[in-house]
Design a protein around this ligand. Sequence first.
Ligand code: NAP
Length: 265
Amino acid sequence: MNHSKIAIIGGGNLGSAIAEGLIKSKFITPNNLTVTRRNIAELNDLKASGVNITSDNRAAIQNSEVIIVALKPYNVKEVLEGLRDSFDKSKHIVISVVTGVHLKDLAAIAPAGVPVFRAMPNTAIAIQESVTCICHQGALNEQVNYVTELFNQLGITIAIDEKLMDAATVLGACGIAYALRFIRAATQGGIEIGFDAKTASLIAAQTVKGSAELLLKLNRHPEEEIDKVTTPKGCTIAGLNEMEHQGFSSSLIKGIITSFEKIGK
Ligand SMILES: NC(=O)c1ccc[n+]([C@@H]2O[C@H](COP(=O)([O-])OP(=O)(O)OC[C@H]3O[C@@H](n4cnc5c(N)ncnc54)[C@H](OP(=O)(O)O)[C@@H]3O)[C@@H](O)[C@H]2O)c1
C-alpha cells in the first residue's frame, strides 16, 4: 500500500494542507499525488511542486488507489454520487475528512465493498502538527495501518469509535480556536503589564507550546507541572486562584459542552 497513488478530491484549505504535508514528509512523491478542484488556478503552488492538478474527479479516482475527500459537507453527496461508477472495491479506499458525514453515509455513496474511513484533523495539519481522530468500516488491518501512517505524517493519530467523532471535532478541531483565544487573552494581559503586542504574543504562544510539550514529551500531568510553579503565597497561585474565582476552568468546560450540544443538532 505504501506505493499507492493518492487523489485528494477538493483541494481547498484542508485538502491542500494534506497534500503539502504528505509531500514534505516524503510519504508520497508529487507525481503519485493528484489534487482536484474546479478552479485549478488556485492550485498553482502544488502544480509547481510536481503534483497532478485537475478538475476531472473521475480521472483522478481512476488513476489512484487512495481517495481523500476534502469537500464541503454540502457538496459530498452530489459530487461523489456522480462518481460512483469510478470506484473499484478491489482497488480503492475512501478517506473522508468532511465534518458530519458518517461512515454509513460514505458506505451508501461508495459502491459496496469499498473500505471507508472518517478522519477528523485540525488546522495544525498545515504544519504537520494535527491530532487526527480516525474510525473506519470494512477495512483490512493493512489498510488501517496505511491510513494511520498517512495521518502520522501530519501530526499524531488516535483511533476512536465513530460515536466519539463529534466529541473529537469539538476537542480537537474547535479546540484550536479555544487555545488561540487563550493566547490572545494572555497577549492582552501581557500588553497591560508592559509588553508591546508582538512580544506579548510571542511570549504567550511559546509558553503554551512549552506547556503542551511538557505533557506530550515528558508525559506529565498538568497539575504536577502547575505545582512546580505555584510557590506558597506567591504570585502564580494568587493569579491562578483569581482566574478560577472568575470561572476559568468552568467556562472552558461549559464552552466545550455548548459546542458539543450544537454539533449534535
Ligand atoms: N478546517 C478545519 O479545521 C477542518 C477540520 C476538519 C475537517 N474539516 C472539513 O474539511 C472539509 C474542507 O474544508 P476546507 O476548509 O478545506 O474547505 P474549502 O477550502 O472550501 O475546500 C473545499 C474545496 O472543494 C472544492 N470543490 C467544490 N466542488 C468540487 C468538485 N465538484 N470537485 C472538486 N473539488 C470541488 C472547492 O474548490 P472549487 O470551488 O475550486 O471547486 C474547495 O476548494 C470540510 O468538509 C470541513 O468540514 C475542516
